[in-house]
Design a protein around this ligand. Structure first.
Ligand code: TXA
Ligand code: MG
Length: 317
């Protein structure tokens, strides 16, 4: 059987039989399993090479399924669900007692989101229950934003008779969902994304904290999202050209990535850009950071973490 397909019904069949399905979402591709099937979820960790204490997000087809996975849902979460779902927002809530430890990493909380990608929505709608899914890349590496990226990263680890890569084209947002912890007051943003802390503050008409202090999500490790090449983050084009010049004199193959005047496009293309740099055999990629507003914040976060990764592979997460 071919590993890549656009057949949503086949994907449902695979999930029901305990297989893994790489599914397109508006943010990045996820590697999904039936969240009620502990063995299937355990295979996600094996394929990703991910430590078992890193919890997975449960993806739902409808906001009204929330109470099957979470308890003590605060009003703020209801407001965010009604306003931001379907869309790139993950909420951390108190877990429902029925949620498997393998999904939550044994934590008292569960991450939930309703993706807006039409293929993900179709898949979740037909499946009718929650799908546990991390980004469909090897642990610590660049997230996939196309079916081809998934095949390149983990295709050899999937079983074509059991698993499936569901092709839904390129992810339009391009960076992972915003994660907000609603088990504390005020809520705290643990990972930046297309929905910003300012957006959340405005929607809730109440304070929202930016993530700081010891991080509770692996996406908050200082090193993450790492391509093979060295990544350098700079604030403007001139600084990029100066640094690129210096690096070239030492014999490195250097490229400059500058989408700073188009933060939305920068987010959408970021992970493909990082992969392209590796494919081109670049030693060092100098990235011009977009301004620190809107989705530019998420791009800055990911590029800064990619830059921090070099020399500390053991901390990649
Ligand atoms: O956009 C996204 O969120 C994508 C798509 C596929 O939905 N998913 C994604 O999953 O980025 P992942 O596993 O690569 O990143 C989710 C992050 C991890 O850092 C994980 O540790 C954290 O969310 N997380 C999930 N559940 C959590 C929980 N209950 N408590 C703390 N952190 C949690
Ligand atoms: Mg990830």
């Amino acid at each position: 059987m071919p590993l890549i397909s656009t057949d949503v019904e086949l994907a449902v069949t695979r999930l029901r039989a305990g297989g893994l399905v790489a599914m397109p979402t508006e943010t990045v591709y996820g590697l999904a399993a039936d969240a009620r099937d502990a063995d299937a979820v355990a295979r996600i960790f094996a394929v990703k090479g991910r430590p078992s204490d890193h919890p997975l997000i449960v993806h739902l087809g409808e906001p009204d399924q929330l109470d099957r996975w979470a308890t003590d849902v605060p009003d703020a979460a209801r407001v965010l669900a009604a306003t931001c779902w379907p869309g790139p927002l993950t909420m951390l809530l108190r877990r429902h007692p029925g949620v498997h430890d393998v999904v939550t990493g044994g934590r008292p909380t569960v991450g939930v989101r309703v993706p807006s990608h039409p293929v993900a929505a179709d898949l979740l709608g037909r499946f009718g229950s929650g799908l546990a899914a991390p980004s469909a890349n090897r642990f610590g590496r660049v997230s996939p934003t196309s079916a081809m990226h998934v095949v390149e990263d983990i295709g050899h680890l999937l079983d074509p008779d059991r698993d499936l890569v569901l092709d839904g084209g390129s992810s339009v947002v391009g960076v992972e969902s915003t994660i907000v912890d609603l088990t504390i007051d005020p809520p705290q943003v643990l990972r930046s994304g297309a929905i910003t802390e300012d957006d959340l503050t405005r929607i809730l008409d109440a304070p929202v904290d930016e993530g700081r202090g010891p991080s509770r999500t692996s996406g908050m490790l200082t090193s993450h999202y790492a391509p093979e090449c060295a990544v350098h983050a700079v604030e403007d084009r001139e600084a990029a050209e100066r640094l690129a010049g210096r690096l070239r004199t030492s014999g490195s193959k250097v490229a400059v990535l500058d989408r700073a005047d188009d933060p939305v496009g920068a987010a959408r293309a970021l992970y493909a850009d990082l992969r392209d740099a590796d494919r081109a055999g670049v030693d060092a990629l100098v990235v011009v950071l977009p301004p620190a507003v809107g989705i530019g914040l998420a791009v800055r976060d990911r590029v800064t973490k990619a830059a921090a990764s070099r020399g500390s592979p053991s901390r990649r997460g």
